[in-house]
Design a protein around this ligand. Structure first.
Ligand code: GLV
Ligand code: MN
Ligand code: MN
Length: 411
């Protein structure tokens, strides 16, 4: 059977979705359960319904669009990604996997393909950690990696709980019911931009992911003593921001001296009271650490804790570390990777084995299903910035390979 991707339509959908944003184009900002996210969800649901898919949303807001197979007792084949976007993001992160997944299903339908296993398109809630501090909320709940109780305790910066916010978004069911049993999916596939430079550099159109690196994150609160910027002498200060600066550099050093695969980022820093002529009394920073190797990732977390202890004693400030998540890496399933490889070969497309240094919902779907991820190139490896760009030909190639793989897994 020959599948054809309608790349003009796919491109126009990517462009249309990019306009649903809290920021001026070309910037995309779509934080979970904000009006922009809600409009994007509604837009997507309409498009899924137009394709004849039966759409449901679970209590966490994961969107599941179902194409019924001839054997309803057989496990489904899933694909999808996320629509939420961090502040000041681009058009492609997550979106390629959602709209590519939808177009792959439509390509199968157009060719007259009838699946035996049902095929499902998933849009996961809050893959990005912006609002509630941890990412992949939807897939954590679907896989049971996050309990309903722990999810209910999550709050955003305005002290609104996830439970309140999702109810305001019209999601009334119980979070306990989100979890899917292991075996529900025969396989789960995620198409995504690489978010790194390898495919572009090697001039290879596709990457098949073998492993997803292990992420950990924390919030760190440093409390010292405030005071007048002119009147308090240096020897008498307990400046929380100076302590934070030392800690940030200790974190950077721990990652730099670990391995080329170790990365650590402090991406947020809130300073209180935040006045030119006032000594910072309180600072909150975020920490994000990743590694392909779990022990090394944990090594950086330990080095950070040790540095925090030393800095806090020497500077007489208190440093409180709140660990938000510390996840293991995930291995992709060789059988499902083989299906993607066969699909690439059928179309004469070269591919490379890759490691995903970014996390994805597949990290958690791997706990309940055999997963594989397909990467396409993105310009300069840029992601999480407005100039993120993937060429439509690359997106269409990835979508074609995805369609072929969905057909092969659901036949
Ligand atoms: C996902 O967006 C990540 O930060 O890896
Ligand atoms: Mn992202
Ligand atoms: Mn993503």
């Amino acid at each position: 059977m020959n599948f054809e991707i309608d790349s003009a339509r796919l491109l126009s959908e990517i462009e249309a979705l990019a306009l649903i944003s809290e920021a001026e184009p070309p910037v995309v900002t779509r934080i979970v359960f904000t009006p922009a996210d809600m409009r994007a969800r509604a837009w997507l649901i309409d498009h899924c319904r137009a394709a004849g898919l039966a759409v449901r949303q679970d209590a966490a807001g994961n969107i599941i669009a179902h194409w019924r197979g001839s054997d309803s007792a057989a496990p489904a084949v899933g694909t999808g990604s996320h629509l939420d976007a961090i502040p000041n993001a681009g058009k492609y992160d997550g979106v390629v996997g959602v709209l590519g997944g939808l177009e792959a299903i439509r390509a199968l339908q157009r060719a007259g393909f009838r699946p035996k296993n049902s095929v499902e398109l998933l849009v996961f809630t809050s893959e990005e950690p912006t609002r509630f501090g941890i990412g992949c909320l939807g897939s954590r709940l679907l896989s049971g990696a996050l309990s309903a109780d722990a999810a209910r305790k999550l709050i955003d910066r305005n002290a609104q709980s996830l439970d309140e916010v999702r109810r305001q978004a019209g999601l009334s069911g119980e979070l306990e019911n989100v979890r899917l049993p292991s075996g529900y999916y025969k396989a789960f596939l995620e198409l995504h931009i690489e978010q790194g430079p390898v495919l572009e550099r090697e001039r290879v159109p596709l990457g098949i992911v073998s492993k997803i690196a292990a992420p950990a994150s924390a919030r760190i609160l440093i409390e010292g003593e405030g005071g007048h910027a002119g009147a308090v002498l240096m020897a008498d200060r307990r400046d929380a921001l100076c302590a934070a600066a030392e800690l940030i550099l200790a974190i950077e050093n721990a990652a730099r001296t670990s391995s080329i695969d170790t990365v650590a980022t402090v991406g947020m820093c809130e300073v209180f009271p935040g006045a030119v002529n006032s000594i910072p009394s309180r600072v909150r920073i975020s920490l994000d650490v990743r590694d392909t190797d779990l022990a090394r990732r944990d090594g950086v977390m330990c080095a950070m804790e040790k540095a925090a202890k030393e800095i806090s004693q020497r500077r007489s400030v208190s440093i409180r570390i709140e660990l938000l998540n510390a996840d293991a890496p995930a291995e992709c399933a060789p059988d499902v990777m083989d299906v993607l490889a066969a699909s690439c070969r059928k179309h004469g497309l070269k591919f490379l084995p890759l490691i995903s240094r970014a996390y994805h919902d597949s990290l958690f779907m791997a706990q309940i299903a055999p997963v594989a991820m397909l990467f396409i190139p993105c310009r300069n490896g840029y992601s999480h910035r407005p100039d993120e760009y993937a060429a439509i030909d690359d997106i269409a190639r990835g979508t074609l390979v995805l369609a072929e793989a969905l057909a092969s897994l659901s036949a």
